[in-house]
Design a protein around this ligand. Structure first.
Ligand code: SAH
Length: 352
């Protein structure tokens, strides 16, 4: 992509400025923006209401990110669709469409791979390849809308990658997808999930978005958290809780704690008690997720009855708690499993 600029990551007003500087009229920006964000063209040549000269000029200065569907898996149980997308440079990312009664929810990736190293997560096994551009995150959503012909209502940044490790691009993406010039998705229908990168959680608070911030907590003591999540060596739970309080104070939005239950690791009585204390402190909603086992590690999920007992214990202390509905269990459910299996060349084989 040499020195060309990523035209799909410009907001409409920025594009207007950009074209103005090049001596072009404002309405051209509107036309180009529509081609990129509504008609979803992948080349300047397809912008048929622009002159050939202008198309060539644009092509010499800008590139258009391209996404294509490599593979789709559809769950027979609940209609969840898991997409493996190929990017312009040949890298792969995955996104998931979940159909709920309240609308279509899409889980997108924010990076190609991840460098956070959480022990139970398949997305991080091969490390980080690169950040996704704002336009590439938009593309994940555009492509799903195009393929299904259905509107996306909710977005969760819970696919591969750590959104707070790709801060600027994620924030730009959030601004664009919620903009009336774009898909105009309500900020309240967006959740960003983080393993707890404290500085950027605070920066995000200062953006004053009305989005939900989800914190992947998974343990209530620093010692145990460090066993599951290397990032815990950098930030203590105390520092993270202060960042959660800061987020709430600045946005008025309650934090969600994600807590993946791993059998005999973080599902005991004292874990529930610790979780109650932390959730009360910041007024968090708790989302319990039975860990989705990956073959590279020997973590097992907490049995269903024990998950329900854990939930009941939290509820007795008046914590707002849900058990994450497991969508698409019959397809490669866990984060990063589809991409990993595709790259390892094991797609089509059964996995344990
Ligand atoms: N990096 C971000 C978002 C991506 S992961 C974060 O850490 O929050 C989205 C959520 O799925 C996180 O809570 C993550 O810890 C969890 N997760 C990853 N692999 C999982 C697995 N195998 N089973 C259950 N939850 C998992």
């Amino acid at each position: 992509m040499n020195n060309k600029k990523d035209i799909k990551s410009y907001t409409l007003s920025e594009l207007e400025e950009e074209l103005k500087a090049a001596g072009l009229p404002k309405f051209r920006a509107g036309q180009i923006y529509e081609w990129l964000h509504k008609k979803l063209v992948m080349s300047f040549d397809d912008m048929t209401n622009l002159s050939k000269d202008l198309r060539e000029k644009l092509d010499s200065e800008y590139f258009i990110t391209n996404i294509s569907t490599e593979l789709v898996q559809t769950s027979k149980i609940d209609g969840t669709r898991k997409y493996l997308f190929k990017l312009s440079d040949g890298n792969f990312v995955e996104s998931v469409l979940m159909r709920y009664h309240h609308g279509n929810s899409v889980c997108i990736s924010s990076q190609v791979g991840c460098r956070m190293g959480c022990r139970f997560c398949a997305s991080t096994l091969d490390g980080l390849t690169r950040n996704l551009l704002p336009s590439e995150m938009l593309d994940e959503i555009y492509q799903i809308q195009k393929e299904t012909g259905e509107r996306v209502h909710n977005i969760v940044l819970m696919g591969t990658g750590e959104p707070m490790d790709n801060y600027d691009n994620v924030v730009r993406f959030l601004k664009m997808i919620t903009n009336p010039d774009g898909l105009n998705i309500s900020q309240r229908n967006i959740t960003v999930s983080t393993c707890g990168i404290v500085e950027n959680m605070k920066r995000l608070a200062m953006e004053k978005f009305q989005i939900t911030l989800a914190l992947s907590l998974h343990s209530v003591t620093d010692e145990k958290r460090r066993e599951l999540m290397p990032i815990a060596n950098k930030y203590s739970i105390e520092e993270i809780m202060e960042a959660c309080e800061f987020y709430f104070e600045n946005t008025g939005r309650r934090i969600t704690f994600e807590y993946s239950l791993v059998r005999d690791v973080n599902d005991r009585e004292e874990d529930a008690e610790g979780l109650i204390k932390l959730a009360k402190r910041v007024g968090a909603h708790v989302n319990l997720i039975p860990v989705n086992p990956i073959k590279e590690r020997d973590y097992r999920e907490t049995e269903h009855a024990a998950v329900v007992a854990f939930k009941n214990k939290l509820e007795k202390s008046r914590i707002n708690v849900t058990i994450r509905r497991e969508m698409g269990r019959d397809i490669d459910g866990a984060c990063g499993q589809l991409r990993k299996r595709h790259m390892d060349g094991t797609i089509g084989r059964m996995h344990s």
